[in-house]
Design a protein around this ligand. Structure first.
Ligand code: ZN
Length: 464
């Protein structure tokens, strides 16, 4: 007797052969997938304690989000139309975040995780935690939420950002020693927590935010502790100007010198990357977390994603912060990624829906160094999956499940979410947290967060 059999659903496996079963089933026991295959065969082979009727649903791997800022969720809709990524950071993001207290940061985290789960994201990588936020409370919440999370805090010893002087808000500043100590403490306490669902990562703040010595400490410590490195890299033109003027190299070659390239490294954005740097990323199996909606909204530039994909770079998708996006819905990133690159290259054939789906599942798993555990529905992997309700006008008629998921679905169509064989959301009800309380708290502190930071909300029209 096995625990769960989900039968009679469409199954998109994203396995090696990219099997899709029209009348499919998934057999699950001990948190793992025993088998995904044709429903009839699995129904006769397995007897289950719980048999779930999957008619009307598409089952597929949970989505991944490889660059997120848990503390920035409460900035949604505060500064939509600001000219320049640096101005946005210096005048809005950092002052707001720099004034957070523990409750603000925890509420931001809760709202973000709630939104991710409700839109089908089962694993994510976040950066930018600060000890003032009580990292332990945030990590404990993540354990309890059931989600799979990589967490990191910034490591820094310079108060600059590339060529910008004294950019960082005092409320986010830490000395090199403080940020090293706190990082090691976070790794010791939380790496592997929640039956391995939580991983700790090291996150150098930015080029120009860390001395060369500290960058090398990051690289050395990550390998000693066997944790990943994640950083914003080649995000704005001044990153390139900075590494060229300070070190005589473009950012990816600078990263190579530091030991910041490899299968254990996730670099967010990767917009200002030339052809040779693309080859370097492919050779070193470095992951790029591409943020199409954020990059478009801020007019940051177009990352050469089609070239990267053709060169074999592991490109995956991410939301970035909610002040610059404004939703944590990876379905929207899949669509936006295709739109962005097709119009930019005048190529109506590439990237495809299948490319987008791979980027949001198996590529994300690889970036998280969890390729043998998640990212596809196949024997031996963790049962991290979502059920999408396709019995809706915008999803029918359904000819191609991959097309339906990428071109037509949104996160709101996710009916149920399972992580490690346990449902964390069933029929849109999240089972691991109090949704009403989180929504009430987030709305309840929104004015306080703006007032304490001295920032003004940039509203579209005057509200009377
Ligand atoms: Zn970011």
């Amino acid at each position: 007797m096995i625990k769960t059999l989900i039968k009679d659903c469409i199954v998109i496996t994203v396995d090696e052969q990219r099997h899709v079963f029209w009348h499919g089933a998934i057999a699950i026991n001990d948190g793992k997938i025993l088998e995904a295959g044709p429903s009839e065969a699995l129904e006769s082979k397995y007897k289950a304690e719980e048999v779930i009727d999957g008619r009307g649903f598409i089952a597929m791997p949970g989505l991944t989000n490889l660059h997120f800022h848990l503390p920035q969720v409460l900035m949604r809709g505060v500064y939509d139309d600001v000219d320049g990524a640096m101005i946005k950071l210096k005048n809005y993001t950092w002052p707001i975040q720099g004034h957070y207290d523990e409750f603000d940061a925890l509420t931001s985290t809760k709202l973000g995780v709630l939104e991710m789960l409700k839109s089908g994201t089962t694993a994510f990588l976040s950066t930018g935690l600060h000890p003032r936020y009580n990292i332990d409370a945030i990590a404990q919440f993540l354990v309890d939420s059931g989600i799979r999370a990589g967490i990191s805090k910034y490591v820094m010893d310079l108060n600059t950002y590339a060529l910008e002087d004294s950019a960082l808000h005092p409320g986010m500043w830490e000395t090199g020693e403080e940020s090293k100590t706190q990082t090691l403490e976070m790794i010791d306490k939380w790496h592997g927590a929640g039956e391995g669902r939580i991983s700790a990562w090291i996150s150098p703040r930015s080029v120009g935010g860390c001395s060369l010595e500290l960058m090398k400490w990051v690289s050395r410590t990550a390998r000693e502790r066997k944790v990943g490195i994640t950083a914003h890299w080649s995000e704005v033109q001044n990153n390139v100007d900075y590494t060229l003027s300070e070190y005589g190299k473009r950012p990816m070659y600078f990263a190579q010198d530091l030991g910041f390239l490899g299968p254990d490294v996730v670099l967010a954005h990767g917009i200002y990357v030339d052809d040779e740097e693309i080859e370097l990323l492919a050779e070193t199996e470095t992951t790029i977390a591409h943020c199409p909606r954020c990059n478009s909204k801020l007019a940051m530039g177009v990352a050469p994603v089609p070239k990267m994909l053709r060169a074999g770079v592991n490109v995956t998708l991410a939301n970035d912060g909610m002040g610059v996006n404004n939703t944590a819905d990876i379905f929207r990133e899949m669509q936006s990624m295709i739109f962005m690159h097709r119009i930019n290259q005048s190529d109506p054939d590439f990237p495809t829906a299948a490319d987008a789906l791979e980027m949001a599942t198996i590529h994300g798993a690889k970036g998280l160094m969890l390729e043998d555990k998640i990212g596809s529905l196949e024997t031996g992997k963790s049962a991290d999956l979502i059920l999408i309700d396709y019995q809706k006008p915008h999803m029918l008629p359904l000819h191609d499940p991959v097309s339906a998921v990428v071109w037509a679905a949104t996160g709101q169509d996710v009916d149920s979410v399972m992580i490690g064989g346990e449902f964390v959301m069933r029929h849109r009800q999240v089972l691991t947290m109090n949704e009403a309380e989180i929504l009430r708290d987030a709305e309840g502190i929104k004015d306080k967060i703006i007032e304490q930071s001295g920032v003004s909300v940039l509203r579209s029209w005057k509200i009377h």
